[in-house]
Design a binder for this molecule. Structure first.
Ligand SMILES: [Zn+2]
Length: 219
């Protein structure tokens, strides 16, 4: 997960209570969430939903509440449903959502699981970790098994891009300019707009040299 900032301007169609998923809402949410699912961090997912963070259950106020609308892929939307009401809110500036749960990427392209570790002891973090466990590792139906494998494959590809840069940086023959370029590329990989940034950030946080150099870019 990643933190983001929601501007207070409410899309016109919401104020008019026309629809909660009209094109102006969708466009604003795509900007706020960098065109990523706010839960799994898949970039430009093939199927995207405007999701109610707190289920509206017919309550019109919650249904059209700008602060209750999030951008989620259909897989995450389908897994979350009402069961995970009360997870960490990535739009809450008082919360550091990626640091609350350590994300460890798959180490092969077809790994069965990723690891998710709660770094803070509280019920909300546990609930979020349990949701992410289901999102990234669930194989309880054939559809989820296939889409979960596809998701882990994409996370591995991003992790592999990071490894390329880490290897370039630590190459004993690397020049200062090459090291600088590797650092710049790592900054792009850990930016909140990049896919699966929680995974790449945790890889670098664990490195005593790169972690210190890049921690200031993990806002
Ligand atoms: Zn998702």
């Amino acid at each position: 997960m990643f933190n983001t900032i929601r501007p207070p301007e409410i899309p016109a169609s919401l104020s008019a209570h026309r629809r909660y998923d009209d094109s102006d809402v969708y466009k604003s949410l795509c900007e706020i969430f960098y065109n990523k699912c706010y839960i799994c961090e898949a970039k430009e997912p093939h199927d995207i939903n405007v999701e109610h963070f707190t289920p509206h259950k017919g309550d019109k106020k919650k249904k059209f509440d700008w602060n209750n609308l999030y951008l989620a892929c259909s897989r995450c939307n389908n897994i979350k449903l009402a069961e995970f009401d009360g997870i960490l809110d990535c739009c809450d500036p008082s919360l550091d959502v990626f640091r609350a749960i350590r994300h460890v990427p798959p180490i092969t392209p077809y790994a069965r699981t990723v690891q998710l570790v709660a770094m803070v002891a509280n019920a909300r973090v546990d609930l979020t970790r349990n949701l992410l466990e289901r999102i990234y590792n669930s194989d309880h139906t054939i559809n989820k098994k296939i889409s979960g494998g596809f998701l882990r494959h994409k996370i591995f590809a991003q992790y592999n891009s990071l490894l390329d840069q880490i290897n370039s940086y630590y190459d004993p023959l690397a020049t200062d300019d090459e090291k600088k370029l590797s650092l710049e590329r790592m900054k792009k990989l850990i930016h909140k707009s990049a896919p699966f940034s929680a995974f790449t950030r945790w890889c670098l946080l664990d490195d005593v040299i790169l972690g210190d150099l890049l921690v200031e870019f993990m806002d």
